[in-house]
Design a protein around this ligand. Structure first.
Ligand code: 6R9
Length: 648
């Protein structure tokens, strides 16, 4: 075994300096940290000037009633105007806003001028349907340009959108429509996934029957499949939007005007409707998109592979990039349709320069093999980003080497639906990067690690990630439930935002995220993070991906159970399983040796790429499976359960 594959989180010592040319021309230099430290609010007031305000704010932050923040409260702006019109007015109407690539291979190029027309038409259509400032609109769509147009049209008229993942059930959609009291739903007949049309409209029909708030359903024709039709309620997008004028004068709204609600699944209870507002959210998403990816809007081609139904799609497909006048790629489908090189084919086709994807995708590409990306010209890439989960050092290195030609910086960006924008991340032109660590709070962001008693840990210590000062894109509340907002985020540690993530600080004071707090196992009195054991497993050459859970155990309290996906050629033998256990023992210490290791073909994941450890725990503890509705593919659980009797 090579030294390299033995390296892991605890003793990860590889460092990657920014490339000299990137550092020399970087948007942000080390000075930004100093400047923001000296005057945090002044720093954010300056970032707010990236936006075009109808009325400039004079007050940066009102924190007189914590934890309810008001940012730029006397300022007024129109978010859609900032994302679209002003670029056209500045003479960039011909710049491509979106290169759309459909899964079947169809493509569309949309310039900023065209986007302005489409957003205006959609805004006029919503007005005609009676949608007004302050109303809510549910959006249940595939990854097509109309989804971004629909979101911007809501923003343009001051209505809040609530985007619900196209993969969610009718039941999940109905609950969200009801909770937000949405009167209009925007959907499509279907979208393309894994080579075939996948219907959306039936789920909307079912949900609208249950949620009696829905007055109209606007339907984009994407696949042409048959749809049931409710006269008087349902309207085709191409008719209702298509016949509208392309003129619409944007009205200015207060900075705290609700922009959207996005539901996150809590570990218990009903989903939380995370509320984001306008001025602060757009300031931070625009700033972070420009700073973390070193965006040069004239020359870069940005591609964020997330689904718009996830916060990453809101902040880094729609609002951040468009506020910055960026050119970006939007892809409808899955990475292996029609072949496993699809992502790299798209990078090559559009000359993508900045790629933002998730660790789960990276580990899948590792499993498929190095030869696949090697067939494509990826030389346009200059910055690579990761988001969604802790990225294992081995996956980080693989990404940099095989996708980034061992030349591009990798930025591991930590944030949440609740934070609205990136919070902890290296800067590509500044930070000496450490594989697997998100490292440093961005300029203007105050984050640290505290122990159980809320004391800040010193270098080398571990505990919980907290945010110690309000930030512009922070959630304002949980929709309709201020008390739950206080209880969930602001009660664990007084005056600090509790993120729910385990973290530690290394000897340099850099932050390492260790997964959700519920993902920390207690084995014979030792705290062991699932992330660390997973990283140790993935650092073995035979392992492509791993998910680790703590299962109740009579002797040790919890016992470590690992589910692993083996790399292409590795044979599933008892000898290999024993070797993997020893490998974890050698890397992290004997206490971290999994009691059981089960090779599987797939892991249960949500559509945003997070492993559903809760379900694996159910399996490991021989329990009936909990709710599987948010899984991308619920059949994987049957496969995994079928495996169990073979456990050693
Ligand atoms: C953006 C997004 C938030 C949770 C968060 C954490 C995990 C996201 C991460 C990361 C380690 C990173 N997470 N990015 N963990 N390193 N770079 O994913 O939002 O879907 O709300 O999830 O995701 O556990 O608390 P969301």
């Amino acid at each position: 075994m090579s030294n390299e594959s033995l390296a892991n989180l605890l003793k990860e010592e590889r460092r990657f300096a920014p490339p000299a040319d990137l550092a020399a021309n970087a948007n942000v230099t080390a000075e930004a940290y100093e400047q923001a430290k000296a005057d945090r609010l002044g720093f954010w007031a300056e970032q707010a000037r990236r936006l075009t305000w109808a009325k400039e704010p004079t007050e940066t932050l009102d924190w007189s009633n914590p934890p309810f923040a008001k940012w730029f409260k006397d300022g007024e702006l129109n978010v859609a105007y900032n994302c679209v019109d002003r670029h056209v007015e500045a003479g960039h109407g011909d710049r491509v806003a979106i290169h759309f690539e459909g899964e079947p291979g169809d493509s569309r190029t949309i310039t900023y001028a065209q986007l302005k027309d489409e957003v205006s038409q959609a805004a006029n259509a919503l007005l005609e349907l009676g949608v007004r400032k302050g109303d809510r609109v549910a959006i249940y769509m595939p990854m097509i340009p109309e989804t971004a147009v629909a979101m911007l049209a809501c923003a343009r008229i001051g209505a809040a959108h609530s985007v619900v993942f196209g993969g969610f059930s009718a039941d999940a959609l109905a609950t969200r429509i009801q909770d937000a009291d949405a009167k209009v739903v925007i959907t499509a007949d279907g979208g393309y996934r894994r080579g075939k049309p996948s219907a959306l409209k039936p789920a909307v029909d079912e949900a609208a029957d249950r949620a009696d708030t829905v007055r109209h359903v606007l339907v984009v024709r994407r696949t042409g499949q048959d749809v049931a039709w409710t006269e008087g309620r349902d309207l085709w997008w191409h008719e209702a939007v298509g016949r509208q004028s392309t003129e619409h004068t944007p009205e200015a709204f207060e900075a705290e005007q609700p922009l959207f609600i996005l539901y996150t699944s809590g570990t218990t209870g009903k989903p939380k409707g995370i509320l984001h507002t306008s001025g602060g959210f757009l300031t931070q998403t625009a700033y972070t998109h420009w700073a973390v990816f070193d965006l040069k809007p004239e020359t870069d081609v940005f591609w964020c592979t997330a689904d718009v139904g996830w916060v990453t799609g809101h902040s880094y497909i729609v609002y951040g990039p468009l506020a910055n006048g960026a050119t970006q790629v939007m892809y409808e489908g899955t990475p292996d349709t029609p072949h496993q090189g699809r992502f790299w084919e798209i990078v090559q086709k559009y000359g993508v320069t900045i790629l933002y994807t998730a660790p789960t995708a990276i580990r899948t590409f590792m499993k498929w093999g190095d030869d696949i990306p090697a067939k494509f010209d990826l030389s346009s890439l200059r910055v690579l980003g990761s988001v969604g989960e802790p990225i294992n050092p081995e996956a980080w290195i693989w990404y940099r080497k095989n996708i980034g030609a061992d030349r591009t910086p990798v930025v591991d960006t930590w944030w949440q639906t609740e934070t609205g924008g990136i919070m902890v991340s290296p800067l590509p032109g500044v930070t000496g990067a450490k594989p697997g660590s998100a490292q440093t709070p961005l300029p203007g962001i105050a984050a640290t690690v505290v122990d159980d008693e809320a004391r800040e840990v010193s270098a080398g210590g571990g505990g919980y990630l907290v945010l110690t000062e309000p930030w512009p894109a922070m959630l304002r509340t949980i929709w309709g439930d201020d008390q739950r907002y206080i209880d969930t985020y602001w009660s664990r540690f007084e005056g600090k935002y509790f993120a729910g993530d385990g973290a530690k600080k290394d000897d340099d004071g850099d932050i390492w995220l260790l997964g959700r707090v519920d993902d920390v196992m207690l084995v014979s009195g030792h705290n062991i993070s699932t992330t660390e054991v997973e990283s140790a497993l993935v650092s073995h050459p035979s392992v492509a991906e791993a998910a680790v859970v703590g299962a109740a155990d009579e002797t040790t309290g919890q016992a470590i159970v690992a589910f692993v996906i083996l790399r292409g050629t590795a044979a599933e033998t008892e000898q290999l399983v024993a070797e993997l256990r020893d490998h974890v023992g050698a890397t992290l210490g004997p206490i971290a040796k999994p009691k059981r290791i089960l090779p599987v073909n797939e892991l249960p994941k949500t559509r945003s790429g997070k492993i559903m450890r809760r379900l694996l725990r159910d399996v490991a503890e021989n329990r009936q499976l909990g709710d599987v509705t948010t899984l991308t593919d619920s059949t994987v659980m049957d496969l995994i359960q079928a495996k169990l009797p073979q456990a050693p």
